[in-house]
Design a protein around this ligand. Structure first.
Ligand code: ZN
Length: 178
């Protein structure tokens, strides 16, 4: 690491600590030539693989600018955008891979954005999932309404009814050929 003041290449680490819940290490360094001190931050690079195959480092700023576009005219402030980007980064880093496809970043944005602002969510989802018709919007809106209404009302009992029905019905239709 070169000194940012005099370009000397010999710098000593005088302090090292973990920041951002251990996702990064911050080092305080001292230049052996000019004696000035500076700080470096080291973190594991998370690569995002774009559809074209090109990889680029994950960037919280890119998440923010993508979501900001969807939030135009909506009551979402800069702070909320930063928080959302932070949650997205935590989610994708928690996946534990060093490389992930860009659509997974988009996927990680959808959840927190839905909580933040439903209109912005619809806009973002329409691009991300390439909605092609009004029906796509209608379905998504119906899902949003259902989620809002069903949150308190009904517990999910999908598993309870399905396997039983299938087991008792099995073999009925296919057994007879004679
Ligand atoms: Zn120096």
């Amino acid at each position: 690491m070169r000194c940012p003041f005099c370009r000397h290449s010999d710098c000593r680490v005088i302090d090292s600590r973990e920041v951002e819940d251990g996702q990064a290490t911050r080092r305080r360094r001292s230049c052996a030539a000019c004696g000035k001190r500076f700080t470096t931050v080291e973190e594991a690079v998370l690569a995002v693989v774009k559809r074209s195959g090109v990889t680029e480092p994950f960037s919280r700023d890119k998440v923010v600018s993508g979501v900001r576009r969807a939030c135009q005219g909506r009551p979402v402030d800069e702070d909320a955008l930063q928080q959302l980007a932070h949650r997205v980064e935590e989610a994708v880093r928690a996946g534990g891979t060093a490389e992930l496809p860009s659509h997974e970043v988009g996927l990680a944005i959808l959840g927190p954005l839905k909580e933040l602002d439903e209109v912005a969510y619809l806009r973002f989802a329409s691009v991300y999932r390439s909605f092609s018709s009004i029906e796509d919007f209608e379905k998504e809106i119906a899902d949003l309404r259902e989620a809002a209404a069903g949150e308190a009302a009904e517990p999910r009992d999908r598993e309870a009814r399905d396997p039983v029905a299938r087991r008792t019905g099995a073999g009925r239709g296919e057994a007879t050929r004679e």
